[in-house]
Design a binder for this molecule. Structure first.
Ligand SMILES: N[C@@H](CCC(=O)N[C@@H](CS)C(=O)NCC(=O)O)C(=O)O
Length: 209
């Protein structure tokens, strides 16, 4: 398996899922601005959208989109329980879709994108409150998004990290802040974050040079 990723981008959720389930993959770093992989190849040849994550399976099939890739990784190790079966799978998909469409794309992409106009950023900030309040209500009563750690938590902790990067104080949503801290106490999450933080800093230094 090969996972195309960019440091601290949404693809970090897939790295967390791999570590949580003890799976190996070749991790290939992508410069999503230049659309080049680490050996200089054209990333558009791998994914015509030029986006991470992109997964190439052992059967050489290409899979894109966080929601699909995360469930694929989880389903290779069903015993670990990163994606429950039966009725609970719909609940998992509910949270994955919420994170993908309501948080990742509506709120965080306009705030993180230096090319997004101020109007788009103001719109994203306005949308943030009710979405974070929804999370706050849920995480006030539950330790995880479902009844145990799943790939939805891997995705959520990845996205919440961008709030920190944007200097948005999570203390405004105390249960979310506690959840974020608790997730980092998981060895797989801590390992994935520290590895990607080092890669992120190296990439920033390269760009600044
Ligand atoms: N719909 C895709 C979006 C993935 C996405 O937004 N990836 C970002 C990194 S977090 C990216 O590759 N951005 C570069 C670009 O869109 O050109 C998914 O959910 O997997």
């Amino acid at each position: 398996m090969e996972l195309y990723f960019a440091p601290l981008a949404c693809s970090l959720a897939s790295r967390i899922a791999l570590y949580e389930s003890g799976q190996d993959a070749r991790l290939i770093q992508v410069d999503t601005k230049a659309k080049r992989t680490e050996d200089g190849s054209d990333f558009y040849a791998v994914n015509p959208m030029g986006q991470v994550p992109t997964l190439v399976t052992d059967e050489n099939r290409r899979l894109t989109e966080n929601v699909a890739i995360l469930q694929y990784i989880a389903d290779r190790r069903p015993g670990v329980g990163l994606a429950p079966e039966g009725e609970e799978r719909y609940r998992l998909q509910q949270w994955l879709s919420f994170i993908s469409t309501e948080l990742h794309k509506v709120v965080f992409i306009p705030l993180l994108d230096s090319k997004a106009p101020e109007g788009a950023k103001a719109y994203a900030r306005e949308k943030m409150g009710p979405r974070m309040a929804h999370l706050e209500r849920h995480l006030g009563a539950c330790a995880f998004l479902l009844d145990r750690f799943t790939v939805a938590d891997a995705y959520l902790v990845t996205v919440l990290n961008w709030a920190v990067h944007l200097k948005i104080d999570l203390a405004e949503w105390p249960s979310v802040a506690l959840y974020f801290k608790r997730m980092h106490e998981r060895p797989a999450v801590a390992r994935a974050f520290s590895e990607e933080l080092a890669l992120f800093r190296a990439e920033q230094a390269r760009r600044a040079a």
